[in-house]
Design a protein around this ligand. Sequence first.
Ligand code: CTP
Length: 435
Amino acid sequence: MTAPAAGLSGARVLVGVGGGIAAYKAAHLVRGLVGAGAEVRVVPTASSLEFIGTATWEALSHHPVLTSVFQDVDEVAHVRHGQQADLVVVAPATADLLARLRQGRADDMLTASLLVTRAPVVLAPAMHTEMWEHPATTENVAVLRERGVTVLEPAVGRLTGPDSGPGRLPEPEAILEAARAAITAPRTADGAVARDLEGRHLLITAGGTREELDPVRYLGNHSSGRQGFALAHAALARGARVTLLAANVDLETPPGAERVDVGSAAELAAAVEERLPGADPDTDVLVMAAAVADFTAAERAGAKIKKDESAGEGEREEVPTLALRRTRDILRHSVSQRAQGGGPVIVGFAAETGDADTPALEHARAKARRKGADLLVFNDVSAGVFGGAENAVHLLDATGAELAAAAGDKTQVAHAILDALPSRPVPSAPVPWTP
Ligand code: CTP
């Protein structure tokens, strides 16, 4: 495998636009790529210009647009753009484009660029359900994937006209994150994204749980779910199957992930348990990236908790005391369950702050030993990382020893975590579990 690019910032990204009504969504994608610091060149097909014209692409990419192989012939543009690209993203990729790419045609600027490039290629399909499900398209997609092209799963939903079903272009934010995952992924010798996680099934928890106190209030935390979602994108790019348990996450679902939304720690615990060994033996990695509440209300009030207004001027008001109880530690529980026979590789997270006596890393080493996960991803949150795009982590094994460190955007960190993933659980002393 060869080294991946550093990220989208400064990368040369060629955006191909196919002829479909969803072409307008590619405008948001181009804006997102430019916002991420990429150098974008847009190559629309002739039929896509019926939907969105060159002026839009030139204004958004800040560069002239190439529509024909007979433009800039002196500079051999039909070869140069594909050669120079660090990444190619096609959105929407129509059924016709998929067929032409599969055949290796080079009859317009976009297909010529795609035949020349050795950069990772991400195709975001959009078409009617019948076209997506046609055996010809199914076969074209399979062949392209075999060749190392990333073909995203289309979203399910409203299509052109009254129809609805699979075939909708994934939202631009989801395509952007998939592009970020592809450009930072490890590569094969011929430049394609390595599908080194093919055949593995990751169960990833993400976000922050909310514990209801009454019908209007909850105890929550600042987790945005970005790191867990970045892990899902990265794992999907590398060929894994992903189930994403999302606790209160306001992010687009990574194309191809099975997403289950949950609210509280108890709901998350139940959702994990349902999918662990015995219940779902093909889950072979559990990643606990979610920030799970350690305490929940001993009793949720059935009606809104009111303040006491009976106290007169200058008198002390009665302030309610919240009675809390411990939630299940899902990570430790999963590790202890596994000790009873088989089970997935388990990855935990530890967001720690240092204090006067103990640096954050020492707290994390102690947690690694306490939790017994195969891999503990520690990040120092003294300076605060919640909601941001960047992260810096140390990867510890169950003895607290450091295996690797990684820093960068959350997708780069995600790939580093996947690189360190053991292929099977690392035998360690069983961690006792007292519910
Ligand atoms: N975790 C869990 N269930 C809980 C609490 C935490 O599975 N009820 C998991 C988190 O998903 C994370 C790891 O445990 O992977 C560490 O979470 P963290 O909040 O840092 O640890 P705690 O066990 O809560 O320890 P403390 O708050 O005392 O530092």
